[in-house]
Design a protein around this ligand. Structure first.
Ligand code: FE2
Length: 304
């Protein structure tokens, strides 16, 4: 019964309450007024959320912003230095984030993904092959945050700081293995610098293994999540929502390539500009994605 309820809720969420993305803007590509009104309406709603206001709508003073913090396998306590750095940069990185037993547990989930079979782990969906990439093989599985105690506690802390309330994330496991050809061409929405949506938005990424320059690391344009006149103008006028747009050349953001050791977690505001680098070698990548878009939806932005 609970499962059925969860399914119905998920369908309603996806179909009717989904956070406004860029689809509406694409549909009304030639009508600037409609686009501007739409963007302003939703941004005005989200500006009322005081956490959003501080993080996305306020231009912070540049502080001594460390992007990366070593947690030394202790429990994460978010302090002002971390929160100010995140609000300024739109990105924060934590090393040695999970206790060893939880990292091992996550690796066991990936082991089931690799063999494409569910044995002991509690999957809600999958493991399945996605066929999302030409040059790579991707396995996907969905599970619950409740299976990971520390990750759950970290997720709660960030959703409280960013959304102002606790929001349960969807937990996606993605295992990518490159074929012989590597990745020679860029693809839209992946390896072009792009933005996911115009509303305040974030994702959490966890990797049990090291990510080197060969493993398609995330690239993030620091501070590009800040919603100001230039940002609104871009979304109102762009046709591509990515780096191929003429307007993009005017932006002067500093790029950060997220290279991390094993057992690292990072948080990125993906309404800002980002991309996945191209794979440069015959390699594999195991990444856990925590996403909030399904459980923080239209209604939450409206009444924020
Ligand atoms: Fe993206």
């Amino acid at each position: 019964m609970i499962n059925l309820f969860k399914k119905i809720k998920s369908v309603i969420n996806k179909r009717y309450l989904r956070t406004p993305g860029v689809e509406y803007l694409i549909k009304n590509m030639d009508n600037e007024k409609i686009k501007r009104d739409h963007i302003n309406f939703w941004l005005n709603c989200s500006r009322k959320n005081k956490n959003f206001k501080k993080i996305f709508f306020t231009q912070n003073e540049k502080a001594d912003n460390e992007l990366s913090f070593d947690i030394k396998n202790q429990e994460l306590e978010l302090n002002d230095e971390m929160l100010n750095s995140l609000a300024y940069n739109g990105l924060i990185i934590f090393k040695n984030i999970l206790p060893n037993n939880e990292r091992d547990e996550i690796i066991e989930y990936f082991n089931e993904l690799k063999i494409n079979r569910s044995i002991k782990k509690k999957w809600e969906k999958g493991p399945i092959v996605t066929n999302a990439f030409n040059a790579a093989h991707e396995m996907f599985g969905l599970t619950s945050i409740k299976n990971f105690k520390t990750l759950d506690s970290i997720s709660k802390k960030f959703s409280k700081e960013i959304y102002g309330k606790i929001v349960e994330p969807t937990v996606e496991f993605r295992y990518l293995k490159m074929g012989e050809k590597f990745e020679s061409e860029k693809t839209k929405g992946n390896t072009f610098i792009h933005t996911d949506r115009f509303l305040p938005h974030f994702k959490i990424f966890y990797t049990p293994f090291e990510i080197t320059e060969y493993d398609a690391p995330l690239q993030y344009l620091l501070s590009s999540h800040k919603i100001n006149d230039q940002y609104i103008k871009f979304f109102t006028n762009t046709k591509t929502f990515d780096e191929t747009d003429e307007m993009f050349k005017k932006f002067k953001f500093k790029k950060k390539i997220v290279l991390v050791p094993s057992n690292s977690l990072y948080v990125a505001f993906t309404n800002g500009f980002h991309k996945r680098s191209q794979f440069k070698a015959k390699t594999e990548r195991s990444m856990v994605f925590l996403q909030y878009v399904e459980n923080f939806n239209k209604i939450d932005y409206l009444i924020s």
